[in-house]
Design a protein. Sequence first.
Length: 103
Amino acid sequence: VMKNLGIESIILLEIIELFLHILRKHGTNFRDSAEGSDDEWEKYKIMFQNRYPNPQMNSLRKKLWLSKTNAIKAHNSKANNGDHSYIMSENIFSDYTEEENEK
């Protein structure tokens, strides 16, 4: 599969793998402690190349992302205590509505 990818794609995949490894190893301690900070929101948008047509849509998407991010942190906290066998992480769908996720 990788032989069909360009060098940029391979490097990006390696960066993602490293990111996931760090996230698995450090769990909820990986992120800054400031929940829902503007910096974290901007990092999320850059990571997944999300752009919104207006400030209202940006605000809506940030609220969705924040809700899911807080749920992820709560889950991972329980996982770190042995209550779950896996951790969760944000992804490109972290700012989607439930209806959008069902499609």
